[in-house]
Design a protein around this ligand. Structure first.
Ligand code: NAG
Ligand code: NAG
Length: 262
């Protein structure tokens, strides 16, 4: 199935959510979630296994920034993954994963496949094995409502920067992270970051990022900022610093959110 075909099959839901978005967003506010309505938690035992899995994700991923694991057996087996963005410090990471584990169960009380996105971390669990698989079926897009003016130059520099950081992300010791910046003028700098989940092979990481960046024109054409959040990778660019170490004054940006369902 081609990408454009795939997109046509998706239901576009415009939440029309206009909000002020601070670049050091409070990690208590998730960017979005996905409760897969086709899945149900079928028993008390399955539910208890999810709780057990979440405890393990919180304790281990908070320390190492990543864990992909499973818990239980037979029909009660659950798989889980939690990961922080690679530039985020231990304390913010730990807070984020705790918030994610707390909120995912209240947001998706009945679903066996649940996912939650924050800027600093991502957490998911499922009763089917997803570990190591590229998943771009469900996506959340955030874009700045403002557009750039010099579109040709901007898009050229954006592609160059994206290409550079995508090649960093697939180097194994970078653990799926690529980040960088380009000075567009002496006063305007473009910042970008990509992050794959660490269970992916370099090839799968490259594939996920290619789909995310390939969707920039569909959702973020000429926008001053854009975020594409998938279950397997995260990409973002802004005209202000947003990744660590944050180099200068933090800024506000007006952002609109869109969710794309499979
Ligand atoms: C940016 O461009 C889009 C698409 O051309 C347009 O719909 C939108 O109104 C523009 N945003 C602003 C703030 O002018
Ligand atoms: C934030 O950005 C706007 C324009 O994008 C700029 O005018 C303003 O000075 C910036 N504020 C800070 C604190 O950097």
């Amino acid at each position: 199935m081609t990408l454009s075909h795939h997109l046509l099959l998706r239901l576009l839901l415009l939440l029309g959510l206009l909000s002020l978005w601070h670049c050091s967003a409070d990690s208590a506010d998730p960017l979005g979630d996905f409760c897969n309505k086709d899945t149900k938690i079928g028993s008390e035992k399955a539910s208890a296994n999810i709780d057990h899995l979440l405890v393990e994700l919180v304790s281990k991923a908070s320390k190492n920034g990543f864990l992909a694991t499973s818990y239980g057996s037979g029909q009660y087996l659950v798989y889980g993954l939690a990961q922080c963005r690679g530039d985020v410090g231990k304390e913010d990471c730990s807070t984020c994963i705790q918030d994610a584990a707390k909120q995912i169960r209240t947001r998706c009380p009945n679903e066996a496949d649940a996912r939650i996105w924050f800027d600093y971390c991502f957490l998911r669990y499922s009763n089917t094995d997803f570990i190591g698989e590229v998943d771009t079926g469900f996506g959340i897009y955030y874009y700045n409502v403002d557009n750039v003016t010099e579109t040709e130059r901007f898009n050229e520099e954006l592609s160059k920067l994206m290409e550079k950081i995508r090649s960093q992300a697939v180097v194994p010791q970078n653990a799926g992270l690529g980040k960088g910046q380009t000075e567009l003028t002496p006063f305007i700098t473009l910042y970008a970051l990509v992050q794959c989940t660490r269970d992916l092979s370099p090839l799968s990481c490259a594939q996920c990022l290619a789909i995310a960046v390939g969707n920039f024109p569909n959702f973020c054409e000429n926008r001053k900022g854009c975020r594409v959040l998938y279950s397997s990778c995260y990409t973002r660019y802004e005209l202000y610093p947003f990744f660590f170490p944050i180099s200068s004054a933090q800024n506000f940006s007006s952002t609109q959110m869109m969710m794309v369902y499979p």
